[in-house]
Design a protein around this ligand. Structure first.
Ligand code: BJW
Ligand code: ZN
Length: 272
């Protein structure tokens, strides 16, 4: 279905966003599961957001792992397996181009544990919720790289005999202090803060948005729907990140891009 008015709106909003991004030489980006949706990876919330009938808040906790490490490992082994078929999409690649343009002035803070930003070629990536490609021993604390290409046992164990867990951040756990400190610095220092594909309800990640804004950064949001971050956004670009981000980054270089995203793809914001 064609919605010419909404497309004109999106086109005007894209131009406004590009005008905010173009003069900035320090840009920080916060991404969430939505940027990997077009790579075929499930998001946590919304349609299909349940896993074996559990909410993420019930699986991604230290207590779930104590009670049922088998259940928690089924969840993470399934996601590691899902990654084997997943490729970075044009949204990830557009952020690589943005970093190439900005160099040291670019920081990418991601809540995602899928590693797709690095696979795409992004360099300054801050993985504040950890990585599916690492395990950590609950006994001796050793952290080991375990490629997602390699299947793990149903209940993997450390050489010390204790259980291994995914090296990710569960609810009620602290974020890795050094990575989080760098994320805060990036949010405080940037002139433009781009928020992509996150429901913006998980803290402290969501705190970065008002933090950046409090220092005068322009906030640009890219999402299929409105979120709590929309309140802080100077521009909300409603549509799939894999279409919006390439268009936005192309406009920075003064390219015409490929015209407005195709009908049925990007369109007006849903109000959930
Ligand atoms: C598209 C799209 C397309 C779809 N294009 N868009 C302050 C206030 C209130 C609560 C708290 C607070 N501080 C702490 C809390 C508690 C808690 C919390 O935030 N709870 C909230 C739910 C209320 N936070 C914590 O517990 C944190 N820890 C902590 O604070 O510790 C304190 C402490 C200090 C000292 C000692 C001890 C403790 C930790 C939070 C960890 C979150 N972990 C998870 C799992 C990681 C591992 C894994 O991946 O399994 O992180 S939960 C899950 O949510 C995952 C995600 O990174 C995170 C955010 O989700 P995300 O990425 O936003 O995904 P979705 O699915 O929610 O949204 C997708 C979005 O994309 C949607 O908006 C779509 O519309 C959009 N979209 N397709 C563009 N194509
Ligand atoms: Zn160990």
């Amino acid at each position: 279905m064609h919605h010419p008015v909404e497309h004109d709106d999106l086109h005007a909003e894209l131009a406004r966003a590009a005008a905010m991004l173009r003069p900035a030489d320090r840009v920080a980006v916060l991404t969430g599961a939505g940027i990997s949706a077009e790579s075929g990876l499930a998001t946590f919330r919304g349609a299909g957001g349940l896993w074996e009938g559990h909410r993420v808040e019930d699986v991604a906790t230290p207590w779930a792992f104590e009670r049922s490490p088998e259940m928690v490992w089924r969840f993470y082994n399934a996601r590691r397996a899902g990654l084997r078929a997943a490729q970075p999409n044009p949204g990830h690649l557009a952020l690589v181009r943005l970093e190439e343009r900005l160099g040291e002035g670019f920081a990418l803070v991601t809540q995602n544990v899928d590693g797709l930003h690095r696979t795409a070629g992004s360099r300054h990536v801050l993985e504040i919720h950890g990585s599916l490609a690492r395990v950590r021993c609950v006994g001796c604390g050793e952290v080991t790289h375990r490629s997602t290409e390699e299947p793990l046992p149903d209940l993997p164990r450390c050489h010390c005999g204790a259980l291994l867990r995914p090296d990710v951040v569960w609810f009620h756990e602290p974020l890795p202090a050094d990575v989080w400190a760098a994320a805060e610095r990036a949010a405080l220092a940037c002139q433009c803060f781009l928020v992509v594909g996150t429901s913006a309800i998980v803290y402290p990640a969501a705190e970065l948005i008002p933090l950046a804004r409090s220092k005068g950064a322009k906030v640009i949001e890219v999402n299929l729907t409105r979120t709590p971050a929309s309140t802080y956004a100077d521009v909300s670009l409603c549509g799939p990140a894999g279409q919006i981000l390439p268009e936005l980054v192309s406009q920075l270089d003064g390219e015409r891009g490929q015209g407005p995203p195709s009908p049925g793809g990007a369109h007006g914001c849903h109000h959930p």
